[in-house]
Design a binder for this molecule. Structure first.
Ligand code: CDP
Ligand code: CDP
Length: 232
């Protein structure tokens, strides 16, 4: 019998984390948790309520009174904000360009991390975000730091937008990605950094399947190797 592990996937915007994490979770029959969706849901609510995104007190108070749920449905994971389905609403340009301002506040992060850690009480989980390997699951058996060039990441998002029939501009996308990377990497509260022991995967010229296969191979290797108690 193989033991269930925790797989932490971190990296900058549009590196392929959620697409790959979802597939890895499916293949392993693990639970997938998209932590970015939780920060996006809070940002959506803050914008709806005209809360000043620089005000840490107001935002952390708002979060305390906010229910965010990730629910697996037949067509994928849905995000519920106070029981309302906001799966599409949290992906708008307005939310995307503001989410890093909300996510930089230490007190907001503390509450989010506590909620995320409750989901990890059982192994058999793939979680993606910016601080999973460093703060949310520092003892994850598998840690991946996924990167890709800014140009490649903007092109991927562009293709996604065009396929959905949305307005899309490569230069604007590159600008948004650069700006978010900068805020996420330079904030004082759990910035985006490669966790100790994480395997760095540059996906710039890799297909989704290639990345998934590499991660599954790392998981298999960990399961074969056993842990310090000799449990395989
Ligand atoms: O999918 P995309 O890379 O566009 O972003 P996301 O994973 O949905 O995350 C949106 C934003 O939430 C990020 O740019 C970060 O500012 C923040 N975030 C974070 O700070 N910590 C996490 N664990 C996940 C997301
Ligand atoms: O979660 P994150 O923001 O890191 O990225 P994503 O939303 O999973 O991926 C961004 C886009 O890149 C999606 O449209 C994926 O299908 C695509 N992608 C790709 O073309 N090649 C990869 N190796 C990984 C993702």
């Amino acid at each position: 019998m193989t033991r269930d592990l925790a797989v932490a996937i971190d990296g900058p915007a549009a590196a392929g984390k959620s697409t790959v994490a979802k597939r890895v979770a499916e293949k392993l029959s693990y639970i997938y948790v998209d932590t970015g969706a939780m920060y996006r849901a809070l940002t959506f609510k803050a914008i709806e309520n005209s809360v000043d995104l620089e005000n840490e007190d107001l935002l952390s108070d708002l979060l305390k009174h906010t229910k965010i749920e990730l629910v697996q449905e037949h067509d994928g994971q849905h995000v519920f904000l106070d029981d309302k389905d906001v799966t599409n609403g949290i992906r708008t340009n307005e939310v995307t360009s503001n989410v890093s301002y909300v996510a930089k506040h230490a007190r907001v992060r503390k509450i989010m991390v506590e909620r995320q850690q409750k989901l990890v009480e059982k192994r058999g989980i793939v979680m993606d975000g910016r601080d999973i390997g460093t703060h949310v699951i520092p003892d994850a058996e598998v840690k991946i730091f996924m990167i890709a060039s800014v140009k490649e990441r903007a092109e991927r998002r562009h293709k996604e937008n065009v396929d959905k029939g949305f307005h899309s501009d490569i230069d604007e996308l590159m600008e948004d990605i650069r700006k978010r990377d900068e805020i996420d990497s330079k904030r004082t509260a759990s910035p985006l950094v490669k966790a100790e022991g994480a395997v760095e995967l540059d996906t710039t010229s890799l297909t989704i399947e290639e990345v998934v296969d590499q991660i599954i191979a790392i998981v298999n290797q960990k399961q074969m190797g056993g842990d310090q108690n000799g449990f395989v």
